[in-house]
Design a protein around this ligand. Structure first.
Ligand code: ZN
Length: 122
């Protein structure tokens, strides 16, 4: 049996122990999002949100992925997903409850803007 990396896990828990970072992870476990969406969701300035994302990335919770002009953040792996399931709620709720991307009316991110465009067409 391998010995847990107590140092690393201790540091990860320190990063987790913050309401805003938990809220970011709760959004990201449902869907990948870009900074501008998280900024609108949290109602926090961009430098603040970027700083939280950097801490979460350095702790190995999230990764970023460039898609066109935008950078999307998503959970690093299933292990992070199951941690969050234990802390926040049953991960099974994710497939039953109000899922995925949270649409925000005042958000200019591609995922929110895309739906507005689709509504305009219909
Ligand atoms: Zn958005």
């Amino acid at each position: 049996m391998s010995v847990p990396n107590y140092e690393q896990i201790g540091n990860q828990l320190k990063v987790l122990a913050h309401p805003v970072r938990l809220r970011i992870l709760d959004a990201l476990r449902r869907d990948a999002e870009c900074v501008c969406h998280l900024e609108t969701l949290l109602e926090k300035p961009q430098p603040y949100v970027s700083q939280q994302l950097r801490l979460l990335r350095e702790a190995g919770f999230i990764q970023d992925e460039k898609e066109g002009q935008n950078v999307y953040y998503r959970l690093m792996n299933d292990e992070v997903q199951s941690w969050l399931g234990a802390i926040l709620d049953d991960p099974q709720d994710l497939t039953a409850g109000p899922l995925g991307h949270t649409q925000l009316v005042n958000c200019a991110c591609p995922k929110c803007a895309r739906t507005v465009t689709a509504l305009d067409v219909t």
